[in-house]
Design a protein around this ligand. Structure first.
Ligand code: 5GP
Length: 209
């Protein structure tokens, strides 16, 4: 047996959750740039597109009727209401990445993470905490993409999101984006080596001894 084959494993579902403004999107982007073996699942959402976003890249932006249709067609692995809009992980997106031999990074909330855990107990869940609530609010204000009312609602939601931290396998505090990126990467690298995911190891070891 080829050594390369012994290292084959199925792609894993790697979930990143955090309150909005804790730096999750930045860390996800940095991780993509530093590791070719992982790709983002592009979710569908009914929320309006923001300046600087691209349809099909940041999200698949759809209207309510189309989202209803996707739910009825069982196109989602999970979906949830977040900030008055609906967001969902598309089965087809996840399959595309897995079939391409890569791990899937999912930027989803705690509700989606709970649902996904039911569908696939083998998922890896990471929660990113802000260093303080004051810092979180400062980051949200600096963004300027959202109205004051949206920021206020997001601060309320942040506390609710944070209350689910203990449901995750790993919890990180984002004091420094690069350090946090490194930890998120280290977790991914270690999880890839887990014996239970490396189905071909059995054959390799049988031939080895
Ligand atoms: P935003 O509108 O700022 O891009 O995202 C708002 C929140 O929705 C984030 O916390 C993000 O993790 C969550 N989210 C994005 N896509 C999905 C999804 O497909 N499913 C679920 N459950 N949450 C999502």
């Amino acid at each position: 047996m080829e050594i390369a084959a012994a290292f084959q494993r199925r792609g894993l579902l790697y979930v990143l959750s955090s309150p909005s403004g804790a730096g999750k999107s930045t860390i996800a982007r940095m991780l993509m740039a530093s590791d070719d073996g992982v790709a983002m699942s592009v979710s569908a959402t009914t929320r309006p597109i923001r300046d600087g976003e691209t349809d099909g890249e940041d999200y698949h932006f759809v209207d309510d009727a189309r989202f209803d249709e996707m739910v009825a067609n069982h196109e989602f692995l999970e979906w949830a209401h977040v900030f008055g809009h609906r967001y969902g992980t598309l089965k087809a997106e996840v399959m595309k990445v897995i079939e391409g031999g890569r791990d899937v990074l999912l930027d989803i909330d705690w509700q989606g993470t709970q649902q996904l855990k039911q569908v696939d107990p083998d998922i890896v869940r990471v929660f990113i905490l802000p260093p303080s609530m004051a810092e979180l609010e400062r980051r949200l204000r600096n963004r300027a993409t959202d109205s004051v009312e949206v920021i206020r609602r997001r601060m309320e939601r942040a506390a609710a999101e944070i209350s689910h931290w203990a449901e995750y396998d790993y919890v990180l505090i984002n004091n420094d984006a690069e350090k946090c990126r490194e930890l998120v990467h280290n977790i991914l690298k270690a999880e890839r080596l887990k014996a239970t995911r490396r189905v071909f190891l059995h054959d390799f070891v049988r031939e080895l001894v």
